[in-house]
Design a protein around this ligand. Structure first.
Ligand SMILES: *[C@@H]1O[C@H](CO)[C@@H](O)[C@H](O)[C@H]1NC(C)=O
Ligand SMILES: *[C@@H]1O[C@H](CO)[C@@H](O)[C@H](O)[C@H]1NC(C)=O
Ligand SMILES: *[C@@H]1O[C@H](CO)[C@@H](O)[C@H](O)[C@H]1NC(C)=O
Ligand SMILES: *[C@@H]1O[C@H](CO)[C@@H](O)[C@H](O)[C@H]1NC(C)=O
Length: 398
């Protein structure tokens, strides 16, 4: 059977080969003819109105998917100018949809420092909290943060991530962390490049005029209260939360440079934790400052660390009464040394997290006191994720 079938096939091929030349030429002539006839037919038909209308409506249907907006679209410098809604629209100005841009740091800081003289807003402004993640790469505790934000109103917060340049954060498209990486630059820990990154994050977030509170976080930070509690605590506060103190030792005053006189005296020199939380007014002042920041750029080099001195000193000199003088981010320095304790999975127990949330101490809040001293905590190892997820619902209520 197989052999017969194969033989038939061979004969077919031979026949085909014999006739190929003729058939090919015939086919060519025929196809030219068909195209020619079709051309004439189309020309005749298109001159009649009904066909034209039919054809146009079809075309529009087909195109409408790609051209939902008005006509005349012309991209200019990363902004799309359209007739109906141009770059001057309030929506785009008040709340940029994307966090990417092509601005230099100089341009970005300038824009970030802009403050309207008019105190009344021409729209209903709902204050947002900007969560600024300064990371060295992956976000191992991402699932915990996703749980924290899950189901919350999107008009109450924004996420900004400063990851190393060219680093691709691996998050799914439906995550609130997707597409939130700002244009970044290399960060050298302990140098002014670190505070540059903090100011870059602040400026980016200031571009959204609804951002009212700005909290700096790292990949090892966790929230210890749920979103509604954090939101209420921050947006109702009269103060900015920056840890500020005068350390007379070599690690404090010892890092001061007399070159900073007369603008900054030794008596004004302060130290504090890098992990700040501040309001919009202070954020705009920080990114708008050149005079004092330049002194740190020039005279605060290792073993002086701008991230531990610039904001505390600046705040102490100019806005002392606006500062709560404490950080909202729990960290354990109790064992001494240059680095705080790192919490591994086995240390993450209910008792431990409960003690961070409330250890019986009272903290000042506005004109009163509160038992809520910390909203965030660090430093948690990647393996702490599972026990934390275990506690998130029962203890932290998210
Ligand atoms: C990205 O994340 C997904 C899901 O967690 C994982 O399957 C995938 O391997 C990751 N890709 C990279 C490049 O890390
Ligand atoms: C924080 O310290 C400053 C002095 O730098 C002081 O003026 C201010 O009242 C303090 N804030 C609070 C809440 O105690
Ligand atoms: C509670 O936390 C505060 C602030 O970190 C600390 O000063 C105090 O010693 C802690 N108290 C206890 C009982 O752990
Ligand atoms: C998480 O909780 C479950 C159930 O309570 C428990 O069996 C499991 O050991 C916990 N895992 C961790 C890492 O704590």
């Amino acid at each position: 059977m197989a052999r017969n079938a194969r033989g038939d096939l061979m004969i077919d091929i031979e026949r085909q080969q014999q006739h190929t030349g003729i058939v090919h030429r015939l086919f060519q002539v025929l196809s030219y003819l068909v195209v020619f006839m079709a051309g004439i037919l189309l020309g005749l038909l298109s001159s009649s109105g009904s066909f034209n209308q039919h054809f146009m409506s079809r075309a529009e249907l087909f195109l409408s998917a790609d051209h939902a907006g008005p006509r005349g679209v012309a991209p200019v410098g990363g902004c799309t100018i359209v007739e109906a809604e141009d770059c001057m629209s309030m929506g785009r100005f008040l709340s940029p949809k994307k966090v990417t841009h092509t601005m230099s740091d100089e341009e970005l800081l300038w824009r970030g420092s802009m403050v309207p003289r008019k105190k009344e807003y021409p729209y209903k402004r709902v204050p947002k909290v900007a969560f600024l993640f300064l990371t060295r790469g992956p976000l191992p505790l991402l699932p915990l943060w996703e749980r924290f934000f899950h189901g919350q109103r999107k008009d109450l917060y924004n996420i900004y991530i400063h990851a190393p340049p060219r680093y691709q954060l691996n998050v799914s498209r439906d995550s609130m962390f997707f597409g939130r990486e700002i244009p970044s630059q290399d960060v050298e820990w302990g140098t002014v490049r670190l505070t540059d990154a903090e100011r870059r994050l602040l400026s980016n977030a200031l571009l959204d005029h609804s951002n009212e509170r700005f909290v700096l976080l790292s990949e090892s930070c966790i929230p210890v209260y749920n979103f509604p509690t954090v939101y209420e605590y921050l947006t109702s506060s009269d103060h900015s939360f920056v840890n500020i103190y005068d350390d007379p030792s070599g690690d404090g005053r010892g890092r001061y440079s007399p070159h900073m006189q007369p603008r900054i005296t030794l008596e004004q020199w302060r130290k504090g934790s890098q992990w700040f939380e501040m309001d919009r007014d202070l954020a705009a002042r920080i990114v708008g400052d050149t005079e004092y920041y330049d002194l740190f750029r020039k005279y605060c080099k290792p073993a002086c660390y701008p991230d531990e001195h610039y904001i505390p000193t600046y705040l102490h000199i100019f806005h002392g009464p606006k500062s709560a003088n404490r950080s909202l981010t729990y960290v354990d320095w109790s064992h001494g040394g240059p680095h705080p304790a790192r919490f591994e999975a086995e240390m993450v127990t209910e008792k431990f997290v409960r003690s961070i949330r409330d250890n019986g101490t009272l903290c000042s809040y506005n004109s009163g006191v509160t038992s809520l001293c910390y909203l965030f905590a660090r430093k948690f190892a990647p393996n702490a994720l599972e026990p934390l997820l275990n506690l998130s619902f029962t203890l932290m209520e998210f």
